[in-house]
Design a protein. Structure first.
Length: 575
């Protein structure tokens, strides 16, 4: 059955389908709302009201227990006023206790005549000692009391009743207040309170226990009530609160919703036809555009419409046409990129070949020196006086070759994807000081002036051993190209979320061509004069430095400044 209905639905036009869906959604919402109103709302509303009241009742009982019984009036007055409840104090035998005194009176002294008047309060109006009032008093028959016919307090009229007999107008100050210790003198007269008090007994309460005392629902009378009994010391507190009748609320909701749903039904029907027409019209136009694209006409464009979905679909069709049209261009561009990649790989292969050739050449020279020297030693050509010097030359060549091989191995490791850096937090100040200490003999020998400007607590995350190699190589080049007695400056600072490390040697500069090629393997700057410059290195020092800094993803470089050369490292703080 469901399958037949489904097939019947899909055989309809788009307009009909949209109308059916909208009406189905509307009907579902209406049924759900009606069900909730009938089944869920009454119980939910009543439970929430009772739960809220019982929370206030618990606080109310706690305050009564903490307060002396002579001061119950204010607590009971506030609770019953705020919660539309009735509350009386019962004795141990469940009888209503009389209040002391059993009337609420005040004494007001007229400011002009100084005559005191005892006023019996018949309305729940609270006063404080020394309050100023303007009032009209009427004598109460057969008593010494007066009642208020008119009361003005703080320029606000509280009571305004006619007074036709022995009226007395006063402008007075409250001198004394005699109020009962609770509200039994008012609530104890209520018939429903007396009925519920007479109903109570120990056996009755035992059958109506709840977590904070006793409670039960009383349905005797025109209004349903919730009755609570709580213990305070030797007495009981009887509290009665009416249960809100939800039938009237539900009837009002149903009547209101009937009008709303009737209006909504008319509006939904009208808009269903309008929406269906708006939705189907652009789809038919887009269908024609799709047919053109299927015929390989990629220049066709679909118009954009006002509603979001049609516009989105139109843009998608246009995007398909545009993508198909640009595919050939993309393929051509990819071919060019492949050619560029092939060229780069070819250059890399050539570089590796040149590197192997250069390494062979660099190793061949020291090996030949060692071979010739050893052969001369074996043939006895070298005198004993020259033996030590020749052995030192051999050792020097071996050390240089060993350093070069170690540097090349380190470069190979950095190129390997399996090699991971042993990163840790490094204090830049310690890194600089350790570099200076390792070159201290040469610093003293050539009388260099070392200046260190490093910010405190400047930390970077890097491989400590590799960074020592970097700093050592930069320092070696700084010593080589700094004249005796000149200054070598170390700067390290934080700026724009980046850590900058700079090594500046003064008194010498390099040509721009040299600076550009210094990072290439086995490139050397040939200079004469100072022994420090005439001694050749391995030729891979700065190349190793570049590989180390690339592995760390640090920016680096060399540049000429006014009177020297600066080597720098820039480290982003989020690396």
């Amino acid at each position: 059955m469901f399958k037949k209905l489904k097939n019947l639905y899909y055989q309809r036009s788009l307009t009909t389908q949209i109308i059916i869906v909208i009406m189905f959604v509307f009907a579902t919402f209406f049924i759900l709302q009606f069900t909730l109103n009938v089944l869920f709302f009454p119980g939910y509303f009543t439970e929430r009201e009772i739960e809220s009241f019982e929370t206030n009742l618990t606080r109310y009982i706690d305050r009564l227990e903490e307060t002396d019984e002579e001061d119950y009036y204010e607590i009971i007055y506030n609770f019953t006023s705020n919660n539309n409840a009735t509350s009386v104090i019962l004795g141990p035998n469940f009888r209503i206790i009389e209040s002391t005194p059993n009337q609420y009176t005040i004494t007001a002294r007229d400011s002009e005549t100084r005559i005191p008047y005892d006023i019996l309060l018949t309305d729940n109006i609270r006063f404080q000692p020394l309050d100023s009032i303007q009032a009209t008093l009427t004598p109460l028959d057969n008593t010494d009391y007066y009642v208020l016919s008119k009361l003005v307090r703080n320029n606000l009229t509280v009571i305004d009743q006619s007074c036709n007999y022995q009226c007395i107008e006063i402008d007075a100050t409250i001198e004394a207040i005699n109020k009962p210790n609770h509200l039994n003198y008012i609530f104890g007269q209520h018939q429903r309170v007396q009925i519920e008090a007479n109903r109570l007994s120990n056996e009755f309460l035992d059958n109506n226990v709840y977590e904070s005392g006793w409670r039960y629902q009383s349905s005797e009378g025109p209004i349903d009530l919730m009755v609570y009994v709580n213990r305070i010391e030797w007495d009981y507190v009887l509290t009665i609160v009416p249960i809100q009748n939800t039938n009237n609320i539900i009837n009002i909701l149903e009547t209101y919703q009937n009008y709303v749903y009737l209006t909504a039904l008319v509006v939904v029907l009208l808009w269903s036809f309008r929406i269906a027409n708006v939705a189907s019209k652009p789809i038919k136009k887009i269908e024609k555009v799709a047919e053109e694209i299927a015929n390989l006409n990629f220049e066709v464009q679909s118009s954009e419409f006002r509603n979001k979905e049609a516009t989105s679909l139109s843009k998608s069709i246009n995007l398909i046409a545009s993508n198909l049209n640009s595919t050939l261009n993309t393929l051509n561009r990819k071919n060019n990129e492949l050619l560029e990649l092939y060229k780069a790989q070819s250059e890399e292969v050539d570089l590796k070949k040149r590197l192997v050739s250069t390494i062979s050449h660099e190793l061949k020279t020291p090996l030949m020196i060692i071979q010739v020297t050893i052969q001369a030693l074996m043939d006895g050509v070298i005198d004993k006086e020259q033996l030590d010097e020749e052995l030192k030359n051999i050792l020097t060549e071996v050390n240089k070759s060993s350093i070069m091989i170690q540097d090349l191995l380190q470069i190979y490791r950095l190129d390997s994807s399996e090699t991971k850096l042993d990163k840790s937090l490094i204090d830049v100040s310690d890194l600089v000081q350790r570099t200076i200490e390792s070159f201290k003999p040469m610093i003293k020998q050539y009388h260099f002036n070392i200046v260190v400007n490093v910010e405190k607590n400047l930390m970077i995350k890097a491989d400590l051993k590799l960074m020592d190699r970097v700093m050592s190589n930069f320092m070696t080049n700084a010593i080589k190209y700094t004249k005796t007695g000149e200054t070598i400056l170390f700067n390290a600072y934080n700026r724009n979320a980046q850590t900058h490390i700079e090594i500046i040697n003064h008194g010498a500069r390099l040509s721009d061509d040299h600076i550009h090629h210094l990072w290439m393997p086995f490139y050397r700057v040939e200079q004469e004069g100072d022994n420090r410059l005439s001694s050749k290195g391995s030729g891979v020092g700065l190349y190793l430095v570049s590989e180390i800094l690339k592995a760390h993803q640090f920016d680096y470089g060399l540049k000429n400044i006014d009177d020297g050369v600066m080597a720098y490292i820039i480290i982003s703080n989020n690396k």
